[in-house]
Design a protein. Structure first.
Length: 332
């Protein structure tokens, strides 16, 4: 596939996820999602949040609906939160164990999807190591079925992007005056892509993407962002600092990738490094964390960390997205 046709496909993907009235039918990408829809989803998610220790918010808005979690790559946070989100909305939730499924006997992904459709599954939550899989499935399902991208190769992780936006808004009130620094393996990070897309749409003041040169993104994938290879410059005055792990599972050739000690010395977020950020900086990490490599434990567990709040927000965001796509099913 050449670069121009890949771009065309991405444009089609943004259109594919909306119905004729502009309502969300699938969630495949944050690229092309307009500001109003992003804010509506964040507002909906706020309504599902309850105080720590209280009984989580529940409704029956998805009663009678069936959600299937299809994770063809490992996950803790995304899978567990989609599971809880579906159950808290009253849906039946099926967690397919991919390792013992008939995919292992050579069944194609589409035959797996058609099999679940025949069991009247309404929403399929898909994580896959190959780019394009969520959109490919979305192009083949029945009209009432929704596909939610739960992590697509190094391309997209839209619900993670939304929960990051929600967490930033809770602490900073908005985006326009913020300096946001995302640090780590930007090139292979679907989180960096989705969060950056959402931040740019919401008018973030300044977005800095900081990494060793070997892990820098293609500038065309993040228009408007400042791409840096020096952490001191990237972190200075930042209101939001997000650390990312090195995605070793996506890196074929480790040439040019710093060894662990060198990486922490140059790109790890330590208490010392954080002193040059804004006084009220928040520290984020999508997880899973590799403590002592991209982030020091004292920072991950420290007073500026909002990492566990990101996890809490993940359930609320997934409830908001599930509820939103179910409105289209109800209208059919
Ligand atoms: N952030 C994230 O996607 O975490 P999991 O891989 O645990 O789902």
């Amino acid at each position: 596939m050449d670069a121009s046709s890949e771009k065309e496909d991405r444009k089609d993907e943004a259109a594919l996820q909306l119905d004729a009235n502009g309502n969300l039918r699938h969630l495949l990408t944050l690229n092309g999602v307009d500001k109003a829809l992003l804010i509506d989803i964040l507002d909906d998610a706020e309504r599902y949040l309850t105080a720590p220790g209280s009984i989580p918010s529940r409704s029956q808005s998805l009663a009678g609906r069936t959600i299937a979690n299809l994770f063809f790559e490992p996950s803790t946070r995304t899978r567990a939160s989609f599971d809880l989100a579906g159950k808290r909305l009253g849906a039946d939730v099926l967690n397919l164990d991919v390792n013992t499924s008939s995919r292992k006997k050579g069944e194609s992904i589409l035959d797996t999807i058609y099999t679940l459709e025949a069991m009247q599954v309404d929403v399929m939550v898909v994580r896959d190591a190959s780019a394009g899989v969520p959109a490919y499935i979305a192009n083949h399902v029945l009209d009432h079925v929704s596909i939610l991208n739960a992590g697509e190769a190094d391309v997209s992780h839209p619900t993670q992007g939304l929960l990051d936006l929600l967490t930033i808004r809770q602490h900073k009130g908005g985006f326009e005056n913020l300096k946001v620094a995302i640090i780590g393996d930007i090139r292979h990070s679907r989180v960096a892509m989705s969060t950056s897309q959402g931040l740019m749409t919401l008018g973030v003041g300044e977005l800095r993407l900081i990494s060793p040169r070997a892990l820098a993104p293609d500038p065309e994938t993040v228009p408007g962002a400042h791409i840096l290879d020096n952490l001191a410059d990237g972190i200075a005055g930042a209101d939001v600092v997000m650390a990312l792990r090195i995605q070793r599972e996506r890196i074929g050739n480790l040439d040019g990738i710093p060894a662990i000690d060198e990486y922490f010395a140059n790109f790890g977020i330590s208490q010392e490094r954080l002193k040059s950020a804004a006084r009220d900086v928040i520290v984020m990490h999508p997880g899973p964390m590799n403590r002592g490599i991209e982030i020091e434990s004292a920072v991950a567990d420290g007073p500026n960390s909002v990492i566990t709040q990101q996890v809490t927000n993940g359930v609320a965001i997934r409830m908001a997205v599930l509820e939103r796509v179910s409105r289209i099913m109800a209208a059919q």
